[in-house]
Ligand binder design. Sequence first.
Ligand code: ADP
Ligand code: MG
Length: 337
Amino acid sequence: MQGEFAFIEGIRRRAQQDAPDALDTSLVLGIGDDAAVWRPREGCESLITTDLLVEDVDFKIDYAVPAWLGHKVLAVSLSDIAAMGGRARFSLLSLGIPRTLGDEFWRDFFAGYFALADRLGVRLIGGDTSAAPERLVLDSIVIGECSRGRAVRRSRARVGDDVWVTGVVGGAHIGLSRLADGCRVTADVDDLTQRALRRHLKPEPPVEFGRRLGESGLAHSMIDVSDGLAQDLQHICVESEVSAEIDADRVPVAPEMQLITGDSSKGLLLALNGGEDFELLVTAATTSAGELIGLAGTCGVTLSRIGRIVDRGESCIYLTGPGYRRSFTPAGYEHFA
Ligand code: ADP
Ligand code: MG
């Protein structure tokens, strides 16, 4: 692999090319100095988020498509900004690089990273680069903004709110389990499997919907689905000191679920617990339903009303269906578990 300075120079050149400068009035100084300089816009608040992806813990290099890994490391942070109702503006990327990865890997990785960054008008303004003993370490930082007071928190769900989720859930988990079975992204895998692998390896969070929802002020609370739908709903419940009911037959289970189980109750369980879907989970007043659906339609996003926020108490999740209501213990992803 090329030396550190040449490597960073390559990133710098790429970051400055095609950058949306006209929009970038708030960037004073990007890559090349000890720190970047930017000036928050009048009337805006800054949102800052970081995601650490460690090889063999958060991803496997053997499963990865390098361009999709570059896409994903940015996408997961964009998902966090969207979940706050903000717009992503700038990114930083710190790399711990093992000797095993060559120039070709990095060319593809950055092609994926910048394709997503350029598409959404996000400008890479810095990072850090170091060697790592064996495993690749990626730290993705994104800076976003929202109008003052508009950031959507986990902690403001209210009793009586509807619970909504974008897209479908469980697909990323299916993709991961197919990868674990030895499936890879090659031309000969069938369409459904291909879609499942893609959901895991190249997530597309509904960032435009998140931003416009934040701007609209309609959402009482919001979180992105990274640990699993039920687990993330429980995070809202704990922070808001409420409980929630999920209507079992309204959960939008990913169509790829049929790849591994014909048993719909098992499929539901995997959809509730599977992680990394990077959809948005929202609570809002029942009276906002029409506007929410309209906004989702404008953004080309499907939205399902899957339940409601109920009385305070132990921050429980309940699963309901015809003739039953039972408490559901999320089994989503947890580090150190
Ligand atoms: P320092 O010694 O102050 O950390 P570096 O030589 O590491 O400076 O970095 C020089 C410039 O390159 C800085 O602006 C830094 O933000 C940027 N940079 C370094 N690594 C990366 C990277 N992986 N991605 C983007 N920018 C980077
Ligand atoms: Mg440095």
